[in-house]
Design a binder for this molecule. Sequence first.
Ligand code: PLP
Length: 443
Amino acid sequence: MTATTHRRLLTEIPGPASKALQQRRAATVAAGVSSVLPVYITAADGGLLTDADGNTLIDLGSGIAVTNVGHGVPAVVDRVREQASAFTHTCFMATPYEGYVEVCEALAELTPGSFDKRSALFSTGAEAVENTVKIARAATGRQAVVVFDHAYHGRTNLTMALTAKSMPYKHGFGPFAPEVYRVPGSYPFRDAPGLTGEQAAAAAIDRIEKQLGADAVAAVVIEPIQGEGGFIAPAPGFLPALSRWCSDNGVVFVADEVQTGFCRTGDWFACEDEGVMPDLVATAKGIAGGLPLAAVTGRAELLDAVHHGGLGGTYGGNPLACAAALGAIETMRTRELATAARGIGETVLPRLRALAAETGVIGDVRGRGAMLAAEFCTPGTTEPDAELTKRVAAACHAQGVVVLTCGTDGNVVRLLPPLTLPPDLLEEGLSVLEQAVRTEAAR
Ligand SMILES: *Cc1c(COP(=O)(O)O)cnc(C)c1O
């Protein structure tokens, strides 16, 4: 592999080799599994993805907030290689190993709150979120789970129930798990002007108390910044008020930090921004540099309320994934990636704001750290423009910049660059995005 340090387009995107693979794929891969940009990747390095045609693309998506530390990081690669030659699997529930314990030690130290903690490891974010519900129900003896508008928590049956958006996540896949109740959250761009976080929380709490009664509720599950729903950061005060109500009422406050975790938002975890200490935290995505690992971490008395053998899974806390996590966490520490994430936000936000002012098609620019978004609207309104959003993303893709979209209305371009992305590649990626917005807005 020849390492390239720049975006380089040798063919159209996708090129002939990717197109040939796409044909083979159509004959054998299920149509329900989609790809945002069907270029077939052969290598990745320092924020660049190399495809089967030899093109190199700037990665502003990190495989959906997973490769926060980038690719090919020695601390990750060396540990995984060493672990692969030592042993690859025993099943922690059969015969345990040190890596699992070490990851739980790191999680106890890194997650918010200095109370006594325990962790259980899993393989996917959805699995971690499901287990927060299992733990909260076992610990409280209650059943109801409260979630929010625009929430995304995964694709398993219970997490589909927790997720708000029907197409594509839930459509045709019901019936869904019962005892899940949705309430309004806080969406500053779309809420009544001037509505404070405390007021938004009071409205949600009022709904819960009137329709469920606090003593029926096992858990409130919330993304501290909503991901798939549109990178929606609640108004200040919303999360603290909700968390306070939970602790006053014996309700388990669960933070789904699957997308926001591991330095993404400029802190180790997004809850830290307002000093919120969740009872349980679900993590995955950025935890292990691309290997499948997930965790539930939280108050010892909650996790230990579950009966012996009640938590687990064949692959949960796989040794390779644990080795990768320890390497990724070490990299986040030594390279100070929370600070790097803040730096990315400081570069991107002013440019997106200027672009919004210039073009008039971006209704809201928001985000924290390296979790950043532009919400596209018909100029002068808050009317979502999903069609323009799609065209902007496609124009970026054609120019070799990988951006993703999100939002209940599909009108948000989101940026999730690797936190190690070299500044010149970030600048170049942004220039491509700016040009794409200018061109498509003028169409
Ligand atoms: C991605 C995501 C999940 C689901 O994680 P998977 O690993 O895809 O199962 C859950 N919650 C949030 C907030 C996510 O972004």
